[in-house]
Design a protein around this ligand. Structure first.
Ligand SMILES: Cc1cc2nc3c(=O)[nH]c(=O)nc-3n(C[C@H](O)[C@H](O)[C@H](O)COP(=O)(O)OP(=O)(O)OC[C@H]3O[C@@H](n4cnc5c(N)ncnc54)[C@H](O)[C@@H]3O)c2cc1C
Length: 295
């Protein structure tokens, strides 16, 4: 089979990248690490006429952790660098864990967190935690910049809210609220060689023993990573006992609409959402309690 043919542009500024996308038209694709894009081209699932590589744009790989402004992960920051970053591991440990749980070492050394989001797979391992923590994406485009909550960014499998000529330049996570705890649990058939069949990311906030906020995001069980709002509501204003966690996890499972595919059956996914939600909520509660006792 002949190799796919396309033009290749490696701009050095965001403005040049946006101009290249606008000039190239709808079959021009952005590339960060290429670990999703090149696979799809090789499998003849995508036929771009031009690829715009972001990796030569200076500063786009920046990671910053700031007490006031929170965490910023630039568009070309590698999964491996996010997983290893000391500031992220200390202040946003679940963000680092999710990046470290994505794929294998080779892919993490090429692929990016932002590419994982822009690929818009329902199973994207970085989406549930970032959504649970209230992340937003910074977007550059022909009409300037805008930002958008991550939970509005995903529109369907492989589809984002990006318009023609737009690129994501960073994902931002606000500082974790006092009393918060986070966790991410996922399952896949072949460990790190395979995308997740189910993933659950949570953030809960405790005040004394009471849960004052809860977010439970389930990956790979709906067309987009989804918030399970009924389950969240069950926790808010109550003591997070083991019984309540089990009930909320069951409700989270009932809110999802998984399909059967190569990774798992729908019925297995339903069962595993409840299991992973119990684990994630229990770990998030543990983290919140640990923080409150070490104040
Ligand atoms: C062997 C293997 C195992 C994998 N395992 C996992 C796994 O366990 N979990 C998981 O979640 N994923 C997994 N993946 C998928 C993939 O590696 C990740 O999604 C990775 O994070 C993608 O990042 P990238 O920088 O390589 O994206 P790219 O391939 O460069 O881009 C992905 C998509 O996003 C678009 N894009 C990228 N950056 C931007 C931007 N800044 N603005 C606008 N659009 C953009 C591209 O046009 C493309 O459509 C695996 C892939 C392979 C090959």
């Amino acid at each position: 089979m002949p190799a796919a043919q396309f033009d290749y542009i490696a701009p050095t500024t965001v403005d040049e990248a946006v101009a290249a996308l606008v000039n190239g038209g709808k079959d021009t694709r952005v590339m960060a690490g290429g670990t999703d894009l090149i696979v799809k081209i090789r499998h003849r699932m995508l036929f771009p006429t031009c690829i715009v590589n972001l990796k030569r744009i200076a500063g786009l790989d920046a990671i910053s952790v700031d007490k006031k402004n929170g965490l910023t992960i630039g568009a070309t920051a590698l999964l491996a660098d996010v997983a290893a970053n000391k500031g992220i591991r200390r202040h946003y440990p679940t963000v680092a864990e999710a990046a470290g749980a994505t794929a294998n070492v080779q892919v993490r050394n090429m692929g990016t967190v932002v590419g994982n989001l822009c690929n818009a797979s329902p199973s994207a391992d970085n989406a549930p935690t970032l959504m649970a923590m209230g992340a937003t994406v910074d977007i550059a485009g022909p009409s300037g910049g805008r930002s958008m909550p991550l939970d509005q960014f995903f529109q369907g499998p492989g589809v984002t809210a990006l318009e023609t000529g737009e690129i994501v330049i960073a994902v931002r996570v606000p500082p974790p609220p006092a009393g918060s705890g986070t966790a991410y649990h996922s399952l896949s058939q072949r460990g790190k060689l395979d995308c997740s069949a189910v993933g659950v990311g949570t953030m809960i906030v405790l005040n004394d023993d009471q849960c004052t906020d809860a977010r439970i995001i389930v990956g790979a069980c709906a067309p987009v990573p989804m918030r399970t709002r009924a389950a969240e509501k069950m926790l808010i204003g109550k003591r997070m006992t083991d019984t309540l966690i089990r009930q909320a996890a069951q409700t989270a499972s009932e809110e999802t609409s998984p399909i059967t595919d190569v990774r798992a059956s729908a019925s297995y996914r339903w069962k595993m959402v409840a299991v992973l939600a119990i684990r994630a909520l229990t770990d998030a509660r543990q983290m919140a309690l640990r923080k409150s006792t070490s104040k």
